[in-house]
Design a protein around this ligand. Structure first.
Ligand SMILES: C[S@@+](CC[C@H](N)C(=O)[O-])C[C@H]1O[C@@H](n2cnc3c(N)ncnc32)[C@H](O)[C@@H]1O
Length: 281
C-alpha cells in the first residue's frame, strides 16, 4: 500500500514539474522558504526544482543560496558568529595557514595586512580572522551571493565596530569585483563545491591572480581517493554538490600548491577535510 502511495506521489511530482513552468515553481519555492511554520519546506523546495538541479546544477545552487533557501537556513547571526560557532574544520584550516606562513618567515599577526573571502556569507569567518587569526589586517572584505546574509551580517558587523566589509556578488563575477585589487590572503572555504568543474576552475584562476601571498581553499574530500588523483570532479549524491580536484585547478590556473591536507572519509563535525594552500607562479 505504502509502495503504491509512494508511486502516486512520485508521479504527481513529475506531473507538477512538467506542467508548471520553472519560473512559477521558483516563485513558489521562494514563498515556501518564508513559511517558517512549514517544517519540510526544504524538502518541498528541492522537489519543486529537481529538474533544474539535474539540468543545470550551478543555476540550482545559485538560486537556493541567492534566496537564502534550503541549506542556507542555518546561516543566522547567533548560530555563526563567535569563536565557539566557527566550524572545527575552519579552525584546522586557520591552524594550517598559520603554520605555513610561519614556515615562510611570515608573522601572521603582523605581516598579513589584507584578506578577501569568496563566499563569506554573513562575514563570521572574516570577523574571527579580524579578532583572532590575522589581527594586524587592516582590510577585510568579502562577497557572497546570499543578499539576506550580506544584509544581516553587515548590520551585525557595524554594531561590533568591525572593519569587515562584505558585499553581495556572484563569484562568477569575481574578476570584475576585484578589479586591480590584491590581497595578502584570499580564502574560499566550502564554496567551490556549488559550481561545476570549469566554472570553479575559473574562480580559482582569478583568486590566484589577486593573491599576494596565499590562496586558501577548502573543498569536499573524496571519501576514497585523494582528490589530487581525481581525473574529473565527482558528484556528492546527497545534495548534488561537487567533489573537485583543487590541486589540478591550481596548476591549471597558473599556480603552485604550497601545502595540502586530505583526510578522506574522516568527518569532523559533519564536514570532510580537504585543504589546498596555493600561490601564483
Ligand atoms: C557552505 S557556505 C560556506 C560559508 C563560509 N565560507 C564558511 O566556510 O563557513 C557556502 C557559501 O557560499 C555562498 N555561495 C554559493 N554560491 C555562490 C556564488 N555563486 N557566488 C558567491 N557566493 C556563493 C553561499 O551563499 C554560502 O554563503
Amino acid at each position: 500500500m505504502r509502495g503504491a502511495a509512494g508511486h502516486y506521489v512520485a508521479g504527481a511530482k513529475r506531473v507538477l514539474r512538467t506542467v508548471v513552468p520553472l519560473v512559477v515553481r521558483q516563485r513558489l519555492a521562494r514563498w515556501l522558504g518564508r513559511q517558517a511554520w512549514l517544517a519540510p519546506r526544504h524538502w518541498w523546495v528541492t522537489e519543486l526544482l529537481r529538474d533544474l538541479a539535474e539540468r543545470d546544477p550551478d543555476a540550482y545552487h545559485r538560486f537556493l543560496w541567492a534566496h537564502h533557501l534550503g541549506y542556507a537556513e542555518t546561516y543566522e547571526i547567533p548560530l555563526r558568529f563567535g569563536a565557539a560557532n566557527i566550524h572545527q574544520t575552519r579552525h584546522l584550516l586557520f591552524a594550517d595557514l598559520h603554520a605555513h606562513l610561519w614556515g615562510r618567515g611570515v608573522d601572521p599577526a603582523r605581516d598579513i595586512r589584507s584578506v578577501f573571502e569568496v563566499g563569506c556569507s554573513m562575514g563570521y569567518l572574516l570577523r574571527y580572522i579580524e579578532t583572532d587569526v590575522f589581527p594586524g589586517a587592516e582590510t577585510l572584505a568579502g562577497i557572497d551571493i546570499d543578499r539576506y546574509a550580506i544584509r544581516s551580517g553587515s548590520a551585525w558587523l557595524r554594531t561590533q565596530g568591525s572593519k569587515v566589509a562584505i558585499a553581495a556578488a556572484d563569484m562568477a563575477d569575481l574578476h570584475a569585483v576585484l578589479g586591480e585589487r590584491r590581497f595578502d590572503v584570499i580564502l574560499c572555504a566550502g564554496v567551490l563545491m556549488y559550481l561545476q568543474r570549469a566554472a570553479a576552475a575559473d574562480v580559482v584562476r582569478v583568486m590566484l591572480r589577486h593573491a599576494g601571498r596565499v590562496v586558501a581553499l577548502a573543498g569536499l574530500a573524496h571519501p576514497e581517493r585523494d582528490n589530487g588523483a581525481l581525473e574529473d570532479s565527482d558528484v556528492r549524491r546527497r545534495d548534488g554538490t561537487f567533489i573537485h580536484n583543487l590541486d589540478a585547478m591550481v596548476r591549471q590556473g597558473g599556480g603552485r600548491v604550497l601545502a595540502r591536507r586530505w583526510e578522506g572519509s574522516r568527518m569532523v563535525d559533519g564536514n570532510t577535510v580537504y585543504f589546498v594552500l596555493a600561490e601564483a607562479i
